[in-house]
Design a binder for this molecule. Structure first.
Ligand SMILES: [Ca+2]
Length: 253
C-alpha cells in the first residue's frame, strides 16, 4: 500500500522529506502510487519517483474500469495500475538511480500495446546511462533494442547494464518509439519496472572463476563467517549462487 499525498498532508508531525532511497533502487516501478486511480487517462504531474520528457510534464496512468477507452478491460501486469507512455504525446519515462560503480544492474519491465490485437505492436526502447548520456539497451534474447509487444498480453523483458567506473548516478528510461495505432497520444503501456544490482565482481590474486559470463559474481565473502577457518587460513568465500539468482538466462556460449 502506498501513501497518498492526501494522507501525508493530513498527518501533522510527519517527516517533511522521505529518507534517501538506498542505492540501486527504482521506486514505484508498478505505478501503484498514487493509489485509488480508476479508469483510463489519469494525467498526473506528481507521480512519485517518475519523471517524463513530455512537454506538459504529465504522465498518464490507467486503473481498473478502463474498458470504455479500448473496448475491453486491460488488467495491470502487477497491482491495479499501469502507465501509458504515450500520454499526451510520445515521451520517455525515467528515474535517476543511485548506483555503485562497476556493479551489474539487472532491469525488468512489462510492456503492452494499446491495441487489443496481438499483431498490432507498440515499440519502446530502454535507455540507460548518465542523466545526460543514455544509450539504447538490447534486452536479453534480442539482437535489436526494439521492445515490441502486441495488445493481447503483457510482454516481459529483461536486460543487464554494467555500471561504469565512477558512475554514481544512473538514469533508467523507457522511450516510446512507435505505436501501432499511429496516434501520438495512444500507446505503449508500461508496468512492473524493476531494477536490482549485483555486487561487483570480486578481485582475486590467483586466476579463478569468480564471475559468470555476464560479469556477475559467483561468490562473495559472507560477513557472518569467521575471518579464519579452523586451520588458521582465511575463510573461503561462501557461495551465493550463480546469475540464475538474478533470474537471468544463462549466457550464450
Ligand atoms: Ca502496476
Amino acid at each position: 500500500m502506498g501513501i497518498s499525498s492526501a494522507s501525508a498532508q493530513s498527518s501533522p508531525g510527519a517527516p517533511s522529506a522521505a529518507p534517501p532511497a538506498p542505492a540501486c533502487t527504482l521506486s514505484n516501478g508498478g505505478f501503484e502510487e498514487p493509489t485509488g486511480l480508476q479508469g483510463a487517462g489519469n494525467l498526473k504531474r506528481d507521480i512519485p519517483n517518475w519523471r517524463t520528457t513530455s512537454a506538459d510534464g504529465a504522465i498518464e496512468l490507467w486503473g481498473p474500469g478502463n474498458a470504455p477507452a479500448t473496448g475491453s478491460e486491460v488488467a495491470a501486469d502487477s497491482g491495479t495500475t499501469f502507465a501509458e507512455i504515450n500520454g499526451t504525446q510520445p515521451s520517455t519515462l525515467y528515474q535517476d538511480i543511485a548506483t555503485t560503480p562497476k556493479t551489474v544492474l539487472v532491469w525488468r519491465l512489462a510492456h503492452r500495446a494499446r491495441s487489443a490485437s496481438a499483431d498490432q505492436k507498440d515499440v519502446v526502447r530502454v535507455r540507460i546511462g548518465t542523466p545526460g548520456g543514455t544509450t539504447t539497451q538490447i534486452p536479453l534474447g534480442q539482437t535489436t533494442p526494439d521492445i515490441a509487444d502486441g495488445g493481447s498480453a503483457w510482454g516481459h523483458h529483461t536486460g543487464i547494464y554494467r555500471v561504469p567506473k565512477g558512475q554514481k548516478l544512473t538514469r533508467f528510461s523507457v522511450e516510446a518509439v512507435s505505436s501501432a495505432q499511429g496516434v501520438p497520444s495512444l500507446g505503449n503501456f508500461l508496468d512492473s519496472v524493476d531494477v536490482t544490482c549485483s555486487p561487483p565482481c570480486p578481485k582475486t590474486k590467483v586466476p579463478q572463476r569468480v564471475c559468470d559470463g555476464w560479469g556477475l559474481p559467483l561468490y562473495r565473502v559472507h560477513t557472518a563467517l569467521p575471518a579464519r577457518n579452523p586451520h588458521g587460513r582465511p575463510a573461503h568465500p561462501a557461495p551465493i549462487g550463480t546469475a540464475s539468482d538474478f533470474l537471468l538466462p544463462r549466457p550464450a556460449r
